[in-house]
Design a protein around this ligand. Structure first.
Ligand SMILES: Cc1cc2nc3c(=O)[nH]c(=O)nc-3n(C[C@H](O)[C@H](O)[C@H](O)COP(=O)(O)OP(=O)(O)OC[C@H]3O[C@@H](n4cnc5c(N)ncnc54)[C@H](O)[C@@H]3O)c2cc1C
Length: 316
């Protein structure tokens, strides 16, 4: 391994000063679970890593704002998010999704800031947090800005973050009456990386969906909203007995595209049909606020229709 500098600043300001906007070999490191894999594989050779571990504890805490919104410090380990009573109260879909996010060893070390900054589409949290209208607070030398999570990801492992910008916190509106669910299809065990992730969030009034957010990820270059399906669901009934899923019309073929290079090639229209089909179950789960996923809700043995998703996951 090529030698590199490891800096351990104690304030956010010091950390920012150590980053270089023009040098891609200088990066912040949080839990290191993603960066170490890239370094071991030789796809990332740092000259300097700026560790965020010694930042003040406010960057690794979880609190509820006066309006109930969650504020999660970027350095908060995923396992703390998973077990936080505040998170369970404000957004129960998050701990439910996290139980099957890799294993406890990874969740103990990986941080929410690293999870979001990495820009990897094969992640469970981004679709869930986009569905919940989450946002990040990014801090740079020119000040701070708030970025809606749906605008954070621009492509495959790409985000709008500058090289010398650090995510300081993630804000998630409390679910309140919004019903939300997340489901992932994997090619291995239920805790494996998603080959497809689908998150839904419905704002429901008297069993009618007022607005819907549906986000797919993993088989796509970045987590994206299915806006056509969302519009079709507005006004649909969502009751204990009736899933709103049938209200979704077939998705236009250009509304969602698989990761380029996926083998076997999947036509845009069959990919759109698969996405629509895969939305049905989380839509059903989204009917009842506190519904726990059943044991088979994560479909880790892909059926025929899922082969393209599985192929997309293997090819990347
Ligand atoms: C074996 C294994 C299995 C996994 N399975 C899953 C899975 O099933 N589902 C899933 O969702 N994920 C999975 N992951 C991915 C895991 O969730 C990520 O590796 C982790 O969330 C990254 O967080 P980190 O703190 O370790 O980031 P790091 O590795 O420290 O950093 C990742 C990237 O983010 C940047 N960065 C870190 N923190 C910040 C910040 N605050 N501001 C700006 N940039 C920052 C770094 O410079 C780097 O580019 C798995 C990982 C492993 C190793």
């Amino acid at each position: 391994m090529t030698p590199f500098e490891l800096m351990e600043p104690e304030t956010l300001g010091e950390a920012l000063a150590l980053l270089d906007p023009d040098d891609v070999s200088v990066r912040p490191i949080a839990g290191g679970t993603a960066l170490m894999l890239m370094m071991k594989a030789g796809v990332f050779r740092p000259t300097r890593l700026v560790s965020l571990r010694r930042l003040p504890s406010k960057h690794s805490g979880i609190s509820s704002a006066a309006n109930g919104d969650l504020v999660i410090g970027a350095m908060t380990p995923l396992s703390s998010v998973e077990h936080s009573p505040e998170v369970a109260r404000a957004a129960p879909v998050i701990p439910r999704a996290m139980r099957r996010l890799s294993n406890i060893r990874v969740r103990n070390v990986a941080t929410i800031g690293g999870n979001l900054a990495h820009g990897d589409p094969h992640m469970d949290l981004p679709p869930v947090l986009i569905a919940l209208r989450g946002e990040v607070l990014a801090v740079g030398n020119k000040g701070e800005r708030t970025i809606a999570l749906e605008d954070l990801f621009t492509g495959y492992f790409e985000t709008v973050l500058a090289k010398n910008e650090i995510i300081a916190a993630c804000r998630v509106p409390a679910q309140g009456a919004t019903r939300a669910a997340y489901l992932k299809v994997t090619t291995g065990s239920a805790e494996d990386w998603p080959a497809l992730g689908v998150a839904v969030a419905f704002a429901v009034e008297e069993s009618t969906i007022k607005s819907a957010r549906i986000v797919v990820s993993a088989a796509t270059e970045r987590a994206i909203r299915l806006k056509t399906a969302e519009q079709a669901l507005a006004g649909a009934l969502s009751t204990r007995r009736r899933s709103p899923a049938p209200a979704m019309r077939p998705l236009p073929k250009r509304s969602v595209s698989p990761i380029s290079g996926a083998r076997p090639r999947t036509s845009a229209s069959s990919f759109a049909s698969m996405c629509r089909a895969r939305c049905a179950k989380p839509c059903m789960m989204g009917r009842i606020p506190a519904m726990e996923p059943a044991a088979d809700d994560d479909q880790h043995h892909p059926r025929r229709a899922d082969r393209a998703f599985a192929a997309a996951a293997r090819s990347t």
